[in-house]
Design a protein around this ligand. Structure first.
Ligand code: ADP
Length: 452
């Protein structure tokens, strides 16, 4: 087992990893930018190193600084969290070359799934359905338009290197295609340094259902059920739950089997997520695989009673998957809400600043993963996630009332947050009934303009 783990991240996920390591008896090293000097991850770790100025590219994305910090503090492993360098094959490679274990898959595995166009091809070769679309990346606008006409409009043009909902454009018809194609390429180039895009049929009312997988170094891969992440704004997840209200045991088994097969095809090691779109008729299509721990992993932890982060650390150190990961029983229902520092009444404009009052909710079945506290200054430089509220109940109904109660009792003052908006979504009759799809928020415009 590792002796000392450096966490190459910040915010709630840095705290989450610190806790997991301490429970395993492993020492921790935090890294921080000058904007994060007063962060809790710095306070709760055993050792800490300042790695640079506030902008991410000069600190949390600076590979030489991170490796130097690990070497100075004698860390024998690095956990990348999510975002930043979590899916960087260069980082995984540099760790390996520096004799530091990367807690995650190998650089090769990250590469195989990192390019979404390549991943699509790979899973097609093992008979996993993908949304009808181009075989790989397409550069030529005319060729792309022909492909789009072949599959039928509407289509979605997606960045091959994409993530976080960026570099995606929908074209409703042949007339708007050329412009959408160019915009997607420009966005892809700006965000991911690669203009590669591919074209897919745009499904009208799909649900986003993803399968959590975990693999060890001995070829064992298991799945831990699904998360339904259909509540999205601009292709970004806001609320996730498990089990999905749309899945039967039979469908779960088939999607789980497909996810495990995709992971096994690349000898996957560690925690990963295989994302699917689920159509109203029960057909499902592979979208992409995320080769890291995800923001919404607590939902799975609540229904399985398993600790995914500790298992990531264990399998990275060479231990085989624990038996309890093979005998998984889903217990009850869990829902997660992402609380962001954004103003929902002003088009979700970021709202950095000082938190003057902070009181988190609690009680049976409530878990709050957060790094904020009263007096904490939310810096403007990073992701706006402030806290994740997870409610677990014996039934979906119980999880829903617990979530409503938790959001009502969550006090954050001094900045704007998305809590009022989340409350409205949770109370919406369609959400209550479990009848939502990825376009739900787009249609329910009343949620964005509450009656005052
Ligand atoms: P990212 O990696 O940026 O998160 P994804 O490929 O995971 O991008 O897609 C994000 C979201 O975009 C999906 O959850 C879904 O809501 C929407 N989406 C992506 N592809 C399609 C499609 N072919 N049809 C309909 N919606 C799609």
């Amino acid at each position: 087992m590792f002796k000392k783990v450096l966490i190459a991240n910040r915010g709630e996920i840095a705290l989450r990893v610190i806790r997991a390591c301490h429970e395993l008896g492993i020492e921790t090293v935090s890294v921080y930018s000058v904007a994060d000097r007063d962060s809790l991850h710095v306070r709760f770790s055993d050792d800490d190193v300042c790695i640079g100025p506030a902008p991410g590219r000069l600190s949390y994305l600076n590979i030489p600084s991170l490796i130097a910090a690990a070497e100075i503090t004698g860390a024998d492993a690095i956990h990348p969290g999510y975002g930043f360098l979590a899916e960087s094959p260069e980082f995984a490679e540099t760790c390996a070359a520096s004799n530091i274990a990367f807690i995650g898959p190998t650089a090769t595995q990250i590469r195989q799934m990192g390019d979404k166009a390549t991943a699509r091809k790979m899973v097609q070769s093992i008979d996993i359905p993908v949304v009808p679309g181009s075989k790989g990346a397409v550069d030529d606008p005319d060729e792309a338009r022909e492909i789009a006409e072949g599959i039928g409009f509407p289509v979605i043009i997606k960045a091959a290197a994409g993530g976080g909902g960026k570099g995606m454009r929908v074209a409703e018809d042949a007339n708007s295609f050329a412009q959408a194609f160019q915009l997607a390429r420009n966005e892809a180039l700006a965000a991911f340094d690669s203009a590669d895009v591919y074209v897919e049929k745009f499904l009208e009312k799909p649900r986003h259902v993803e399968i959590q997988v975990m693999g060890d170094q001995y070829g064992d891969v298991v799945h831990l059920g699904e998360r339904d992440c259909s509540i999205q704004r601009r292709h970004q997840k806001l609320i996730e739950e498990s089990p999905s209200p749309a899945l039967t045991d039979e469908l779960r088994a088939r999607m789980g089997e497909a996810a495990v097969r995709a992971a096994k095809a690349i000898n996957y090691v560690g925690a990963g997520t295989v994302e699917f779109l689920l159509n109203t008729d029960g057909s499902f299509y592979f979208m992409e695989m995320n080769t890291r721990i995800q923001v919404e992993h607590p939902v799975t932890e609540m229904v399985t009673g398993l600790d995914l982060v500790k298992e990531q650390v264990r399998v990275a150190s060479g231990e085989p998957l624990q038996q309890r990961f093979k005998d998984v029983n889903l217990r009850g229902h869990a829902i997660e809400c992402r609380v962001n520092a954004e103003n929902p009444d002003r088009n979700f404009q970021p709202s950095p600043g000082t938190i003057t009052v902070f009181h988190p909710p609690g009680g049976p079945g409530i878990r709050v993963d957060t790094h904020i506290y009263s007096g904490y200054q939310v810096p403007p430089h990073y992701d706006s996630l402030l806290a994740k509220v997870i409610a677990h109940g014996t039934t979906r109904e119980e999880a829903l009332v617990r979530m409503s109660e938790a959001l009502d009792g969550f006090i954050i003052e001094g900045i704007s947050t998305t809590i009022p908006f989340l409350k409205r979504v949770i109370k919406h009759p369609n959400f209550q009934a479990g009848e939502v799809d990825t376009k739900f928020l787009e249609r329910e415009t009343s949620l964005f303009h509450p009656a005052t």
